[in-house]
Design a protein around this ligand. Structure first.
Ligand code: PLP
Length: 384
């Protein structure tokens, strides 16, 4: 990979120069007031993007570190947890539940579909002693968006905590932690926020703190009580040495999110998603997700018959310097995924579809040249 490679994968996404430049600032004392104030400013922006009055914490780790933090600080041996599993990342939250001794009650959702909130209500009602429900907002393995608002509305009637992974949706799709009643919400740096990989964030509501305070968590590095104790200092601190350069990156990336405006940024992501879907259809390609459940930050497309994953993504990579993502687990070779997250917009999508058309033509597919790009333009013109 060189620096002209276009990253059209569902994270990491292209990092704006402003963010890269911010990272090259000198490293300062992480226990000094200057860093503390900067950290406080950054976590306040994080809470603004989460749309919550709760405090947020930055973790030195990828999105999975925040998933583990969420589970490990609430689940004790034998606790029931309802895991909604509709893909790879839902499965990960279930595995974490089991790693920390929880008893997983699985709501199985076919890959490619979103969970039905009525099913969640039925299972929560049947298991009113469950400690938490886990849900991935935007299931990146299948390019499906789950209805966190509707599930959140249901969860408001129960004591069970609602834990939501927004790793591939925050700052690209609607996430309102307080309005939707999300007790714990977590995300990663490298997707819609458009910072480099390596930092995660988590925000915790009062009901979740009541649970956490009464759990003897086996965690050390990912211990939320320690994070809160340090975070409550004035100015705030982190329990252990933070990634100072990544804090600079997150501060700059979150500033860019807020400068653009959350609503405008989400609308831009929606337009990119709609344009991608229309362009794929214009080339005769089939979408993987069920209609109506489409993600707004990435699109999964069925591998066209007669082409292998190696041929399609290999040509895109080797000939055109464009990285697309493949399928995971049983979807390997059956789908490919296009990320349209972060700062990615029409120029990047136009390049991607131009080269995808060239690739498909090379493998003998028949469609009007330019049909995909024309469909993109159409959607962008309608949403201008
Ligand atoms: C929805 C979702 N959750 C969690 C993760 C895990 O994040 P990371 O790979 O940063 O650990 C990902 C990464 O792709 C994701 O898309």
């Amino acid at each position: 990979m060189d620096d002209t490679t276009l990253l059209m994968i569902p994270g990491p996404t292209t990092v704006p120069k402003r963010v890269l430049d911010a990272m090259s600032q000198p490293i300062i004392n992480h226990r000094g007031a200057e860093y503390g104030e900067f950290l406080g400013e950054t976590t306040a922006m994080m809470s603004e993007v989460f749309q919550t009055d709760n405090d947020s914490y930055l973790l030195t780790g990828s999105g999975t570190s925040a998933m583990e933090t969420a589970v490990a600080n609430i689940v004790e041996k034998g606790d029931k947890v309802i895991n909604i599993v509709s893909g790879k990342f839902g499965e990960r939250l279930q595995q974490l539940t089991e790693v920390f001794g929880g008893e997983s009650i699985e709501i199985t959702v076919p890959w490619g579909q979103a969970v039905d909130p009525a099913e969640v209500k039925r299972v929560v009602e049947e298991n009113d002693d469950a400690k938490a429900v886990t849900l991935v907002h935007n299931e990146s393995s299948t390019a499906v968006v789950n209805p966190i608002k509707e599930v959140g509305d249901i969860m408001k009637d129960y004591d069970t905590l609602f834990v939501v992974d927004t790793v591939s949706s925050l700052a690209g799709d609607t996430v309102k932690v307080d309005d939707f009643g999300l007790d714990i919400c977590l995300t990663g740096s490298q997707k819609c926020i458009a910072a480099p990989p390596g930092m995660a964030a988590i925000t915790i509501g009062d009901d979740a703190w009541n649970v956490i305070d009464n759990v003897d968590s086996p965690t050390y590095y990912l211990n939320l009580k320690k994070m809160k104790k340090s975070g409550d200092k004035v100015p705030p601190q982190t329990p252990y040495t933070p990634n100072v350069s990544m804090t600079y990156a997150m501060n700059e990336a979150l500033s860019m999110v807020l400068e653009e405006g959350l609503d405008a940024r989400i609308k831009r992501h929606h337009t990119g998603a709609e344009a991608t879907r229309q362009a794929a259809k214009a080339l005769g390609l089939e979408l993987f997700a069920r209609e109506g459940d489409y993600s707004n930050t990435l699109t999964a497309i069925k591998m066209p018959e007669g082409v292998t994953d190696d041929q399609l993504r290999g040509t895109m990579r080797n000939k055109y310097n464009i990285e697309l993502a493949g399928g995971q687990d049983h979807l390997k070779g059956n789908i490919f995924r296009i990320g349209h997250m972060g700062i990615t917009g029409l120029p990047e999508l136009a390049a991607t579809f131009t080269c995808l058309e060239m690739t498909l033509k090379e493998f003998g597919f028949d469609f009007d040249a330019g049909a995909g790009v024309a469909a993109l333009e159409d959607v962008y013109l309608k949403n201008a």
